[in-house]
Design a protein around this ligand. Structure first.
Ligand code: NAD
Length: 266
């Protein structure tokens, strides 16, 4: 049986860790060739090695999503090695928490540079290569439940994720107007256990998968906020991304996919 994204080429930013890694692995399992990009080169290489060991096709590129020239270089590299681009998962992001009265402007701006400039640059530079293929495309922008409702001490993060939500709808309409077959949707995860929480709740050095405090703090947050009573895992988001990336969602654009155990319903 053919995979659900067989023959497609997917670029996943922030693919060395957490949700991005799970998206890369899931898309590769279903037949896509995945280009994993990140700042964390050793972890990115590990992801690619794991995908190849499982029989999938993958390559890794170093990529800072805040830099326009880095995007130009990455898209040129994808064109050279794969000849096309069908799927972009604009996933790289950080989460910084502080009272609005205490948040340093530099941290606020760094968060916007990664979470918003990075998504904007991804849209700007991937769409021309998708259009060259004349086979449409699917772009999934990683927003959050923080792009749908407010949380205290998260003004910067909520601002970035709200921006991603509406930027998605604007570009979805732009592509629809061009009749280019490119669909643009936003993904809104709830509480998903990944290293991003270390910088949000202060449980340790970002990126360290072994911090013991994180699961306990997340369990407590979850018990309070999530109707289903359980936290999510990166593969829960990757399964939604797979559907949005595949032709199964061919009539879906400008939409918000919420995967949060009911958190935003409460
Ligand atoms: P994570 O920290 O595990 O992964 C984020 C990845 O982005 C890391 O590998 C990091 O190196 C990379 N990255 C950071 N800055 C970068 C840059 N400038 N250029 C390229 N790569 C960069 O976190 P995660 O939870 O997997 O987060 C993935 C996305 O999901 C983020 O956009 C995050 O805001 C969003 N999200 C996460 C949750 C959650 O509960 N984990 C909930 C909602 C939304």
């Amino acid at each position: 049986m053919a995979g659900r994204v067989e023959g497609k080429v997917a670029l996943i930013t922030g693919g060395a860790s957490g949700i991005g890694r799970a998206c890369a692995e899931r898309l590769a399992q279903e037949g896509a060739t995945v280009v994993v990009t990140d700042l964390q080169d050793a972890k990115g290489a590990e992801v690619v090695a794991a995908i190849r060991a499982a029989g999938g096709k993958a390559e890794y590129l170093h990529h800072d999503v805040t830099q326009e020239q880095a995007w130009i270089d990455v898209i040129a590299a994808v064109k050279a090695s794969q000849g096309r681009l069908d799927i972009l998962v604009n996933n790289a992001g950080i989460g910084l928490s502080a009272s609005v009265l205490e948040m340093p402007l530099a941290d606020f701006q760094r968060q916007f540079a990664i979470n918003v400039d990075g998504v904007f640059l991804g849209l700007k530079h991937s769409i021309p290569l998708m259009r060259e293929g004349k086979a449409g495309g699917s772009i999934i922008n990683m927003s959050s439940i923080a792009g749908l409702k407010g949380s205290p001490r998260m003004s910067g993060y909520c601002g970035t994720k709200g921006a991603v939500r509406l930027m998605t709808k604007s570009v979805a309409m732009e592509c629809a107007n061009e009749k280019d077959g490119i669909r643009v949707n936003s993904m809104h995860p709830g509480i998903i256990e990944t290293p991003i929480w270390d910088s949000i709740i202060g449980t340790g050095d970002p990126g360290d998968n072994a911090r013991p405090a994180r699961p306990a703090v997340l369990d407590a947050l979850t018990a309070d906020a999530v109707p289903m009573g359980v936290k999510g895992y990166p593969e829960d988001i990757a399964n939604g991304v797979l559907w949005l990336a595949s032709d199964e969602s061919r009539y879906v654009t400008g939409a918000e996919m919420v995967i949060d155990g009911g958190l935003t319903v409460k």
